[in-house]
Design a protein around this ligand. Structure first.
Ligand code: FMN
Length: 188
């Protein structure tokens, strides 16, 4: 496969919700998650921690015990791997400073790290989907995650099934989101 440049990777990335049964090599998973190390974070605190779940029984338990409800995410039944994105919050940066500024720095840090992961997945020709609707408590229990660590998101990873249907998405135009010199200012 031809190596994609950054712009091609960014534009190609889509949420993949149906996977082949094919196993994802552990080396690839490490390469994917390691990209998070180079993400920016408030005060370079690097609060991200990731549990990569490949054990079939645990994958099944995460699916059956943490998904369901209003946004059911039942499509995730074919996912061979879950990456569980966790945060180790710092009292100073994510507690005191974030409260003072009223900005959840830990979520910004995690968003940047997770996007690195999604882009690397795309570069390697695999598929992934970010899951925000799940039961955090159930995941903590299944994976023995300590009380001091907060679970933020799940990411499914696998080889995309040919039958995967991409959901339609609308991409806003430049002039709807980029302004020059003042909010609403025409860029060009
Ligand atoms: C914070 C966050 C939470 C999300 N949660 C879910 C989810 O629970 N289930 C799901 O199917 N997709 C989820 N998504 C994926 C979005 O639906 C998807 O990124 C969006 O529709 C744009 O489509 P694309 O990723 O193919 O560009 C989530 C994405 C983000 C950033």
């Amino acid at each position: 496969m031809k190596k994609l440049n950054l712009d091609e990777i960014i534009r190609r990335r889509r949420s993949v919700r149906m996977y082949k049964e094919k196993k994802v090599e552990i080396e690839l998973l490490e390469e994917i998650v390691a990209t998070s190390r180079f993400a920016p974070s408030a005060c370079n605190i690097q609060p991200w921690r990731f549990v990569v779940v490949t054990d079939k029984k645990k994958v099944k338990r995460i699916f059956s015990e943490s998904l369901g409800g209003i946004v059911s995410n039942k499509w995730a039944h074919s996912a061979p791997v879950f990456i569980v994105a966790c945060v180790k919050k710092s009292l100073m940066v994510h507690g005191i400073a974030a409260r003072y500024k009223n900005i959840p720095f830990h979520l910004l840090d995690m968003g940047a790290a997770i996007e690195h992961i999604l882009l690397k997945v795309t570069e390697l020709g695999l598929g992934a989907c970010w899951i925000g609707w799940f039961n955090k408590g159930a995941v903590k229990k299944i994976l023995n995650i300590p009380r001091s660590i907060e679970v933020i998101s799940l990411i499914t990873v696998g080889y995309e099934a040919e039958q995967d249907k991409k959901r339609e998405r609308k991409i806003l135009r430049n002039d709807e989101i980029i302004f020059l010199n003042q909010y609403g200012g025409r860029f060009r």
